[in-house]
Structures are given as C-alpha cells and as structure tokens.
Design a protein around this ligand. Structure first.
Ligand code: AHR
Length: 333
C-alpha cells in the first residue's frame, strides 16, 4: 500500500458540518460496530474509460467488502454527469450511510450535493474534484494532479538539459483528458505553469482524447497531419498514449528514448510501464488508483466520530527506463 499523505494546509484540515448520523437512522442501518449490521455505501463511478479507472473501481470493491462490514451499491455512469446525478439521487432516496463519487467534471454538483447534505448523508469525493463549497463534502481522497503536470515539465527540462537541447525550439502537442475534469484541468495547468517559463517551448496544439485509446489515436493522427515537426507529445493518460504511439508508428516515425518524438505519459499502468522499459515511452508520471483502502479508513473514522482532514492524497512516483524494472513485477493493473 502506498503511503497516505495527510494535507493540513490552511483551513483545509478540519472536518465540519457533516457528522455521522446517530439518532435518525432508519431501521437496519445501524453500524457494524454497534450490532453487526452492514454500513451501506453508494458509489458512483465515472465509467470504464481507462485501465486506470478499472483499477480504481477494483480497489474500491476490494476495500468495501461484506467481510469488512460494508454493503456496496455501485453505479457505472458511462461517462455521463446526468447518470452520476441520477445515481446520487437514488442513493439519497435509499438513505445509504455514505455516498462516494468521482466527479466526471468539476462543475454542476451544487444542487445534488445540497440534497445529500439536507438528507444528512456524508459525501466523500474520490479521485477527481468537484467545484463546490467544501461544506458539501466530508473529505476528499485523491492524487496531486497539478503536481503530476509539474513533474512532467520538470522531467522534460532535465531531459533536454542532458541532451544539450535546453535552448532549442521545442514543439509540443498535448492530448488532454476529458475536458473540464480536474485531472485534465490540473495536469494542463501544472505542465503549462512551467512551460511558460521556457520561451523556446511551443505548445502547438491541445485537443481532448477523452482518456481513451481510440480517441487518442484519432487526435494524434490529426496532429501529425497538421504539424510537420512535433518534438514532444504530452499525453494525459496511458490509454491515449497507446493510441498516439500507434498513430506515430503508422506515420513512419519512432517514439521514446532515441526516437523522433518524446512521449510523456500519465498513470503508469503495467502495459505502459512495459513500454517505458522498452524505451517507447520516455517517462510515465504515476497517478495512483489504489484509493479503496483510504476510503475504508476515512469511513471508519467517520463511524467513530473522529475528525477528518479535508484532503487525503496518495503518494506517486515518476518512472523512466532507469528505475522502472524494479516496479514492473509488483504492478497488478
Ligand atoms: O482522474 C484520473 C484519470 O482518469 C486517469 O488519469 C485516467 O486514466 C482516468 O480515466
């Protein structure tokens, strides 16, 4: 299990406003600690767009089992915010004990989360951020996506320095994830905040590939038709990277270490790490999907009425050909 980092920055560390229900429980919803009954959790997942997402769902399912005292109700929103809102409303009407969800995009959650608050059901955000007042959710379990974008740019600086290309003109295209999602917004912002410090880095284009291989390939084909001299592809997840590499190779070019185009990817799923090892992806910035155990930890704290931090962030690494071998074997997704 990766280490959980507790963030206690200004004003974000205190759990308030939402407290576990004690006295107004409907029958049958009592806590496992009290009388052996199950804790009911309604979970709205975005979909199954990527290997990462499937691993994230599996992590939640492994953590919230009947043996551990949970009754998990899951819904796959198939990439639609309206489906997530529908699922959350149905959890409210079923009077679940907790609602967990990963918001597909940042905006548009106020009304439904106010409904959850009014029903007294604590909401836990997982993976992505919702742009709402923080009183509307109990806590957040996530990755530091801005930092992931920054790490990508810092790696590029180092690589160009090693190759004595720090002052060359560098043409960059960006395959973005789902537009408006915190993963896309923050990875873009993190990378571009450092890119802006380099007058010779030119971001030629950025288009969404929706975090999928098919769309990643399609967008990369378009980039290759439009721009003759691409030096770097920043692909905001591994699934899009697989599609981009296919498109680049079909165009007769090579990728990775010593190749025509530098590939920067995110997630670090097993199949991508194999490509890092093979030198086809230069660097993979990890986004850690193993968030289920932290969910369990947070729910147990709520059950005991303990204070929570407002944000829990999971730890993440950066993989290149130099360090990847030691991690490949233990990668399960
Ligand atoms: O929100 C996390 C992102 O969503 C992952 O990078 C991506 O693969 C997933 O679909």
């Amino acid at each position: 299990m990766a280490t959980l980092l507790l963030l206690t920055q200004g004003g974000c560390g205190v759990f308030r406003d939402i407290v576990p229900r004690e006295t107004d429980e409907p029958e049958g919803h009592a806590r496992i600690q009290d009388n052996g009954e199950l804790i009911i959790v309604g979970f709205s997942q975005i979909g199954s767009e990527s290997i990462w997402r499937t691993a994230n769902t599996a992590s939640v399912e492994r953590a919230l089992t009947k043996e551990k005292g949970y009754f998990l109700i899951s819904d796959n929103a198939r990439q639609k915010q309206e489906n997530q809102i529908k699922a959350i409303r149905s959890y409210i009407s079923q009077r679940v004990d907790y609602i967990v969800f990963s918001p597909i995009t940042e905006d548009g959650w106020d009304t439904v989360l106010e409904e959850a608050r009014d029903a007294g059901i604590p909401v836990i955000l997982m993976d992505r951020m919702a742009n709402v007042d923080e009183s509307l959710y109990a806590t957040r379990i996530c990755t530091d996506v801005t930092k992931e974008g920054e790490k990508a740019a810092r790696w590029l600086e180092g690589d160009l320095k090693e190759k004595n290309r720090l002052h060359d003109d560098i043409n960059i295209v960006v395959l973005q994830g789902t537009l408006g999602s915190s993963s896309e917004l923050e990875r873009t912002a993190g990378f571009e905040s450092i890119a802006a410090q380099h007058g010779n880095w030119h971001i030629l284009d950025r288009q969404t590939g929706d975090f999928t291989t098919a769309k990643g390939k399609e967008v990369m084909e378009q980039f290759l038709k439009t721009y003759a001299d691409i030096d770097v592809v920043v692909s905001q997840n591994d699934d899009m990277t697989f599609g981009a590499i296919e498109a680049i190779e079909e165009a007769g070019l090579t990728t990775g270490v010593g190749g025509d185009i530098i590939i920067i990817s995110f997630d670090a799923v097993r199949d991508a790490l194999k490509l890092v090892q093979a030198g086809k992806i230069n660097v993979d910035i990890e986004c850690n999907p193993e968030q289920g155990e932290y969910l369990d930890m947070v729910i147990q704290k709520l059950e005991r009425g303990e204070p929570l931090e407002k944000v829990y962030m999971v730890e993440e690494m950066v993989f290149t050909q130099r360090n990847v071998s030691g991690y490949l074997e233990s990668r399960t997704y």
